[in-house]
Design a protein around this ligand. Structure first.
Ligand SMILES: [Zn+2]
Length: 261
């Protein structure tokens, strides 16, 4: 738990990713929605730890469509009326037959990650189209939580967003950096390396001091820019066999054709 002037931040350990729940006086804000089986974890955290109803969550932000980020969103909305905010192009990612195939492959690969993390097998299949209540654009603010700015940071997918709270120097970056036991890795896959470089530059230009990662938790840094620029350097290294394999399994979204990959 971390206490800031306007809110208290809680970290819920999800099935695969860390989920950030921010408690404001006016209601709660969620980054991201976790896997579909994390709805139970979010419910339990609200009821048992915070002694609050999940109905008090007013907005769930989906940073991108991967199963450990978007999987819980539609269920949270249908059970508790929680609005969903995501980049305007989010529902194109898993559209059509190519998108349907990619969605299945991503669920399969996410299950592999859970297994490597020694999690027991749970069902994570979810509906691939989420129909966000709020379609976000670059440099907008979050509806109802206007202290958070939205940044479009494509590269991992085409529709990734980061969230920046200038007052506290807080930056939620979704999958842009994966912290594994203190070592910083690129997300898998990086589908659009040139866009990814630009996205790291964009993040490096911010004055952030606390980085919130879906994989690896919280990183306090007095030189966050250097961290993002080091990630940019990593893009130049030759891909490992695992990176090549994940990439081969990640090229079926119609959005990839649209981008001309
Ligand atoms: Zn991802």
């Amino acid at each position: 738990m971390m206490i800031f002037s306007a809110f208290t931040m809680h970290i819920i350990e999800g099935y695969i990713s860390s989920i950030f729940l921010l408690e404001y006086g006016k209601g709660m804000l969620l980054f991201d929605s976790g896997c579909i089986n994390d709805v139970k974890r979010i419910e339990d955290y609200c009821r048992k730890v915070l002694q609050r109803s999940p109905h008090d969550i007013k907005l769930a932000v989906v940073s991108h469509m991967h199963p450990d980020h978007s999987g819980g969103a539609a269920t949270l909305r249908s059970k508790y009326g929680i609005a969903i905010a995501a980049h305007k192009d989010v529902d194109l990612w898993y559209s059509g037959w190519g998108g349907a195939l990619q969605h299945k492959l991503d669920c399969y690969m996410a299950t592999g990650v859970a297994r490597r993390n020694k999690r027991s097998l749970e069902r994570i299949l979810f509906k691939p189209i989420i129909h966000p209540d709020y379609l976000l654009h670059d440099l907008e603010v979050l509806p109802g939580f206007e202290d958070w700015a939205v940044l479009h940071i494509p590269g991992h997918t085409l529709h990734d967003i980061a969230l920046y709270q200038q007052k506290e120097g807080l930056l939620y970056i979704g999958d842009m950096i994966c912290n594994v036991r203190g070592r910083m890795f690129l997300p898998l896959p990086v589908l659009f390396p040139v866009r990814m470089e630009q996205s790291y530059d964009k993040l490096a230009a911010l004055d952030s001091s606390t980085i919130l990662m879906a994989h690896g938790g919280v990183e306090q840094s007095d030189n966050a820019s250097a961290l993002f620029l080091a990630m940019k350097e990593q893009l130049k290294a030759p891909p490992t066999p695992l990176m090549r394999k994940i990439r081969r399994l990640s090229v079926f979204s119609p959005e990839i054709k649209r981008q001309g990959l």
